[in-house]
Design a protein around this ligand. Structure first.
Ligand code: HEC
Length: 159
């Protein structure tokens, strides 16, 4: 009896730790209030891509028209992600005027989400593969980035 309980004792703290870690992992993975972002990461071959489309006034003009038609209702005319269709959304699009945020998202990641969509269980960001051309998707990447550039330019202009 004595022997057995002594042998078991040192196991207890370890087991407690393991259960604790399991619980922590469970809570981390649970979408609390359903607003956890689960944006998928593009495959490495996409992440390595640089935007192959040159930025021209024409390209940006075309992208602006396309954005107005297909993206504005969610991403907003100002790119802040508060378009008219986002009212009931738990996960809203991010603020593309935020230069710091945008610097964390590489071209290949942005174009991949545009073409393939985000997590369709938690967001309404569908993929536009087949609905727009690859060149149009890359143009949209330039356009999306211009929201942050514009703001910086404006801020510089104000000072
Ligand atoms: C029905 C609403 C809706 C429409 C329409 C829509 N989006 Fe989105 N989009 C979202 C939401 C919500 C997210 C955030 C998803 C996430 O966090 O992964 C998102 C994410 C993105 C991202 C990923 C950036 C990031 O935050 O990681 C890009 C790029 C993007 N959208 C571009 C576009 C473009 C370009 C269009 C138009 C061709 C478009 N979206 C149309 C709702 C929309």
């Amino acid at each position: 009896m004595d022997k057995a309980s002594k042998r078991r004792d040192p196991i207890h703290p370890i087991r407690a730790l393991m259960v604790g870690a399991g619980l922590v992992a469970l809570f981390w993975s649970m979408p609390s209030s359903g607003a956890e972002r689960t944006t998928p990461t593009a495959p490495p071959e996409f992440l390595a891509l640089k935007n192959p489309v040159p930025v021209t006034p024409e390209a940006l003009g075309d992208a602006a028209l396309l954005y107005k038609k297909k993206c504005k209702k969610c991403h907003g005319a100002d790119g802040k992600g508060r378009g008219s269709a986002t009212k009931g959304m738990k996960i809203k699009p991010r603020d593309y005027t935020d230069g710091k945020l945008m610097s964390t998202l590489v071209d290949g990641q942005l174009v991949w989400i545009i073409l393939n969509g985000s997590d369709r269980e938690t967001t309404e960001m569908e993929g536009f593969n087949g609905k727009i051309t690859d060149a149009e998707a890359w143009n949209l990447v330039h356009y999306i980035r211009s929201f942050a550039h514009n703001r910086n330019n404006q801020e510089e202009g104000v000072r």
